[in-house]
Write a protein that binds this ligand. Structure first.
Ligand code: NAD
Length: 368
């Protein structure tokens, strides 16, 4: 996995400034974008599907700070939420859907992009229905529950000429983009070892994240951040994996992994030693290269990303990650450009996730 363009601090500020300018005078217009009269839209209307924690506490507030997109609609299975969201965000009745009438969103020109923020096992169905409705799609991580589902989602979007992007917010974040550059451009020589851990203590015994059928488990939820880091720092796809899973709360973790440790081998010989957990809090990325080192701590928190290398601090502006992510995704749709984080990126992670679970079960090294 090579990055598109990894900006220096100066380039980042310049790019951000030019992105804002483009928001006012967009150049090329994607044929799938609806028009208001004869004028092309200056902002993309986003509809959030699933109004749980991430939508209500993080994405909707971020959409108050975006420049290229805005919260145009919602899709919810809970009727009481319709009024609350309509009042809080001024959403029109015609832009509020439930899971039954969701497909009629095809006829709604207010909605350009559908953002699927449901439990992981529901992503595939709602992304495919969005594509069939002719809408561009953002899908939360992990992309789905299986490689098979990811492939079906990519195909549905291709068949319907819709763009698909995964909500891997870190790839839009400047410190993260810098460690991608340091690793992939071998600034300190080839990467030899990536150590990363992402976890928190999940205390909700009855939540879908503890349910296997719903796509739960620490590896699915937080493990993908450590996996992403190993892939985006090396710019390579792992070829082999070993993995071990542990629990200290067997009465709660009856179906899914609580703590998983997994080790990856890359074609160059680089290794990754990665951890994830629903039992303990951790968030770090340490990279050892041939002639130096670099790290981020935390590396995937919502804010305060900070880092250092052999040469000194890795210091970039703090951004609203979700606003930055959605603004760029909206701009890619408006300008008909390829997505920084396309569906294929979610698929590549899911191949490794499946190999990790296989390695836990077999106790052997498994090919990816
Ligand atoms: P949540 O449980 O808080 O919200 C899930 C929503 O789905 C709720 O509104 C719930 O009512 C609805 N839902 C519909 N059918 C359901 C069913 N059968 N069972 C359970 N809920 C059902 O979850 P969340 O934390 O908001 O996570 C949603 C998605 O967002 C997940 O894919 C998660 O991985 C992702 N997420 C991403 C980030 C990030 O930083 N990118 C952070 C948090 C969550």
């Amino acid at each position: 996995m090579k990055t598109q363009s990894q900006p220096s601090r100066r380039q980042f500020i310049k790019q951000t400034a030019s992105a804002s300018a483009l928001a006012v005078t967009p150049a090329i217009w994607n044929k799938n974008i609806s028009f208001v009269g004869l004028k092309p839209k200056e902002k993309m209307g986003i509809a959030l599907v699933g109004l749980g924690y991430y939508s209500s506490q993080v994405l909707a507030p971020a959409l108050q700070e975006t420049e290229n997109c805005y919260l145009a609609g919602v899709v919810t299975g809970t009727p009481e939420k319709e009024k609350i969201w309509a009042e809080k965000y001024g959403i029109k009745d015609q832009d509020i859907y439930n899971y039954q009438n969701y497909d009629t969103i095809a006829d709604n020109d207010d909605i350009d992009i559908i953002y699927v923020v449901l439990p992981n096992a529901m992503h595939a169905e709602y992304v495919i229905r969005a594509a069939k409705a002719g809408k561009h799609v953002i899908c939360e991580k992990p992309m789905a529950s299986s490689v098979e589902e990811c492939e079906a989602m990519i195909k549905a979007c291709e068949d319907n000429q819709c763009k698909l992007s995964i909500g891997y917010r870190m790839q839009f974040e400047p410190h993260t983009q810098e460690v991608m550059r340091l690793g992939q451009e071998e600034v300190f020589g080839p990467v030899k070892m990536v150590n990363a851990g992402a976890g928190y203590r999940e205390g909700r015994a009855d939540h879908w994240k503890l349910n296997k059928e719903m796509g739960g488990g620490a590896m699915m939820d937080m493990g993908v951040y450590a996996l992403q880091a190993a892939r985006y720092v090396t710019g390579e796809e792992p070829v082999a994996v070993t993995a071990q899973s542990f629990t200290t709360r067997p009465e709660i973790f009856t179906e899914v992994d609580e703590t998983t440790m997994f080790q990856l081998e890359f074609p160059s010989g680089a290794l990754a030693n990665l951890h994830t957990s629903f039992g303990m809090s951790m968030n770090y990325l340490n990279v050892t290269a041939d002639k130096g080192w670099f790290k981020l701590d935390p590396f995937s928190a919502y804010s305060g990303i900070a880092g250092e290398s052999k040469e000194g601090p890795i210091d970039y502006p703090q951004v609203n990650q979700q606003a930055t992510q959605m603004d760029e995704q909206a701009m890619s749709v408006m300008e008909d450009k390829s997505m920084r984080v396309p569906g294929e990126e979610g698929l590549r992670d899911m191949r490794v996730v499946e190999a990790v679970y296989k390695a836990i079960d077999s106790g052997n090294q498994e090919k990816v």
